[in-house]
Design a protein around this ligand. Sequence first.
Ligand code: ASP
Ligand code: MG
Length: 504
Amino acid sequence: MRILKFGGTSVGSPENIQKVIAVVKERAQKENVAVVVSAVGGITNKLLHAGHLAAQKDTTYSAIFQEIKDIHLTYTKALTQSGETLLHVQNLMNDLEALLQGIFLIHELSPKTIDKLTSFGERASSMMITAAFLEQNISAQHKDSRDLILTDASHTKAIVHTEQTHTAIQNYFKDTNVPITVLPGFIARSETGDTSTLGRGGSDFTAAILAAALQVDALEIWTDVSGMYSANPKLVKQAQPIRHISYHEAMELSHFGAKVLYPPTIAPVMQENIPLYIKNTFDPEAIGTCISNEVNGKNTPIKGISHINDVALLTLEGAGMIGVSGTSKRLFETLSSLAINVILITQASSEHSICIGVAQGDVQRAKDAIENTFAYEISKHQIDPVFIEKELAIIALVGEKMKSHQGISGKMFSTLGKNNINIRAIAQGASEKNISAVIASKDVKKALNSLHERFFEDQHQQLNLFIMGVGNVGGRLMAQIKQQQEYLLEHLKLNLRVIGISNR
Ligand code: ASP
Ligand code: MG
């Protein structure tokens, strides 16, 4: 068995849904598949927007509701002739409208209600997609994930009760023989019986939970890019998809803003050693990225260069900190009491200062709270008022093989230095999978490009090659060139670029 997950863009229009069907159909010829789907692209945001307007007594929420309804009814009609399905989707939209009216009346939107509200996106998409399979006489069934995935009651980002969930999933699939089961991603059921959700982007996680419970051969996450890239291709033109990457590397990269994968997705499949493939719905032939235990030794020690924007640094400094135990405990406790996430930490061995990176939106709250915690020491001038710096970003080199290579951080910092990029702070874990540097936001693009050039492009020597074909071989020739390109890149680290094709 295999689990396939399709994201919002993949199910973003009736035409795209046909592409999804083609991929699934092909897979389902060989083995049974479970298909996890996101909401239609943009719907979750629209649901939240409508909910917030309604809670503020703003009647324009109904215009957004109308948009959501129109999208779903139009798609349903385009995908199926089934009057029953249309009725189901209509009923769903009626329920949504009633919920929004309720929010409007009580003027309130609790996390529990947010989950109820956002669940409509995946409930509707999964229903429409199941009908689209049936319309083409492909045997498929729908299963509501809320019957299978059980969570605690921490709404909007619930914690999964793994054991109960696994048992429910195993019991359900044990008795089913339908080749294709379509399930909504993202949504689950809380221990109090309410609809819960697994956090924004959580459909990936739904798919990983199913994969782990059923110990499947592979999990495929289908999205709108051809895998994880060596750097964000929007900022680095030369970025390439990474063919092989380890779970740990993928985790480092996905935490670092490579939006391809929801970070919690990796843990369940890593535990069961299930390979995870990232594939492109719009270019199914592209190889994509394989995430597995197998670290490909032939590749460079660096797998990717990642970055996080909108970071601020916060420094706690003072002679009164030296040799005093408990300072960092008090600092981190303060942040944790405000649920502020710490992105990066550095402390020099002089213990004279601790510097931490947080999201820029959190920094003022963090500063106020820390100064409150250390009010006594500050009043006695043992510790200085907290110093903050904004408009920063973190760039990180990621690769599991870095630890067996010397000189990587040297190269990294000399490259940044040569390009006049000032480094504000540095962190490297002892595991050496990630070297992070804090730089000014305005330098991110330059930093990514110069590091990419240094670590990826230099090693790929250029080779000019003429391939000649006889007869009408255009399509086949291109496919062969693509294969050669991948072979050369992987085995010889040669970057084959097609410079021109002439037709004589
Ligand atoms: N629809 C949800 C979101 O937009 C979950 C997902 O797409 O993964 O966050
Ligand atoms: Mg998503």
